[in-house]
Design a protein around this ligand. Structure first.
Ligand code: GCO
Length: 471
């Protein structure tokens, strides 16, 4: 097992051994460690709308998520991100928590409408000031910032002009990228253009359960195409600041056929094209997969677009949560039928399936040969107990971390150039249409008092980050 180091620990000291085990030990015990390479990044990921709050403070313009969450019936229990984790006012405390957890990287997103309230043109200096303070405090704490440009909270002003359905938004996005590079590029070196364009496209424009709440497949095809062009336009702008490394983050799901039959294999090809390759193929210069084009309305491709979507990037960000198991369904709307996932689930009803993370990482490494891969999100929601005397026990999340970090290590051994892992998420936060019910954090956030409590999983993750190894 190439990814395990065997350590021999003296039984005399009994270090790390429970008292129950001690009597059984004759001379030595074996502690297996999975080690990560020097410089491996240990972080958490968040997104502006999910944590910042201060939705209309200090000149911030509204985003489509403000509008959506304020619309009755859209979010469970009518919850909103108006206050969320109040990170806008408590960023210092949150950075101190990350530092206390030995983390050396942090993925966050900029709120476009906090910086450019109208989406373009006038810059809101108070927004610039906030992100300057956040970035400086991260750097002071030795935490490397990874900044996402677009984590779905489009300025409402641009949505009024048809959002990502309008081709001209590509220029607006490039202008926004320039504002970020100019103001923060001296200190932020790692940039992520988009977060999960597939989720923004489909949940927001086909299923209507995310902002802007549309159910229009033709619009969705335009959105997908313009997101890819926006990514392509932003890369050179960001790259123009010295030392910048630019990538993008895709939601990738492990797709598995239910059986070995040819029909199930065909279903898996369609599911893979629709859920994964529809964005990853164009980003890496392969254009839209033909199976995906059979399933969605024609994207508005103009000459030169396929090249424009595929500038060279420095890394791929992979968000992985679960797998999709499918069976033959030639007459189903997307030519596959999802079947029930067999394994244990999180409270999101997502199967806990760490092998899928390994398989996805190995698959993208082989298919697209990115220079580097970061796992930019991976995590689990569970029902947590209340803290008792400042301690919160969340053994399921600890087990989830262990199994998924093992999968990352296995993927590395199989050749995937994974150089960092960002747990989703730092602290419990606004989980989109689920509101605050789904808790993913390694830090509990009590939304009534804004008190933060590090969960057992947070303490466990801190040990991993410190040792650069998984005990
Ligand atoms: C996404 C987003 C995050 C989510 C997380 C858990 O994947 O939906 O990037 O904002 O909160 O994935 O669902």
């Amino acid at each position: 097992m190439p990814y395990e180091r065997i350590d021999f620990v003296s039984a005399a000291s009994g270090e790390g051994i429970t008292s129950k085990l001690r009597p059984c030990i004759f001379s030595e015990i074996v502690v297996k460690m999975i080690e990560f390479p020097d410089g491996f990044l240990w972080g958490t990921a968040t997104a502006a709308y999910q944590i910042e709050g201060a939705w209309d403070e200090d000149g911030k313009g509204p985003s489509i998520w403000d509008t959506f969450a304020h619309t009755p019936g859209r979010i469970e229990r009518a919850e909103t991100g108006d206050v969320a984790c109040d990170h806008y006012h408590r960023y210092d405390e949150d950075v101190a928590i990350m530092s206390g957890l030995n983390l050396n990287a942090y993925r966050f997103s900029f709120s476009w409408s906090r910086l450019l309230p109208e989406g373009r043109g006038r810059i809101n200096q108070a927004g610039v000031d906030f992100y300057n303070k956040l970035i400086d405090s991260l750097l002071d704490a030795g935490i490397r910032p990874f900044a996402t440009l677009f984590h779905w909270d489009l300025p409402e002003a641009l949505e009024k002009e048809d959002g990502f359905r309008r081709r001209g938004i590509v220029d607006d996005f490039a202008e926004y990228a320039g504002v970020l590079a100019d103001n923060f590029g001296d200190r932020v070196k790692d940039w992520i253009t988009l977060n999960e364009p597939s989720v923004y496209t489909f949940m927001g424009h086909v299923f209507g359960v995310h902002a802007p709440g549309m159910q229009d497949p033709v619009a969705a095809a335009r959105v997908a195409h313009h997101l890819l062009l926006a990514h392509g336009a932003a890369v050179p702008v960001l790259r123009s600041s010295e030392g910048a490394r630019v990538g993008t983050t895709l939601a990738l799901t492990a797709i598995e056929p239910e059986t070995d039959s040819d029909g199930d294999a065909e279903a898996a090809r369609y599911a893979h094209a629709l859920q994964n390759r529809i964005f990853s193929d164009p980003v890496f210069g392969l254009g839209y997969p033909k199976e995906a084009l059979e399933l969605i309305p024609e994207p508005p491709v103009e000459p030169g677009d396929l090249e424009a979507m595929a500038p060279e990037i420095d890394f791929l960000g992979v968000n992985y949560y679960t797998r999709t198991v499918v069976k033959h369904g030639p007459n189903a709307p997307f030519k596959f039928i999802p079947v029930a996932q067999p394994g244990p689930r999180t409270t999101m009803e997502w199967e806990i399936y760490p092998d899928g993370l390994r398989n996805v990482l190995v698959d993208v490494a082989k298919t697209y040969k990115p220079d580097k891969i970061f796992v930019t999100e991976n995590g689990a929601a569970f029902i947590d107990p209340e803290p008792v005397d400042g301690r919160l026990e969340d053994p399921d999340r600890v087990a989830y971390l262990k199994s998924h970090l093992t999968a990352v290590s296995q993927a590395r051994d199989l050749g995937a150039p994974v150089e960092g892992y960002f747990y989703w998420t730092l602290m419990d936060n606004f989980e989109w249409s689920f509101g605050y019910r789904q808790r993913f954090g390694i830090v509990r956030c009590d939304f009534a008092t804004q008190k933060r409590t590090v969960k057992d999983s947070g303490h466990f993750y801190a040990q991993v980050a410190k040792a650069n190894a998984l005990p």
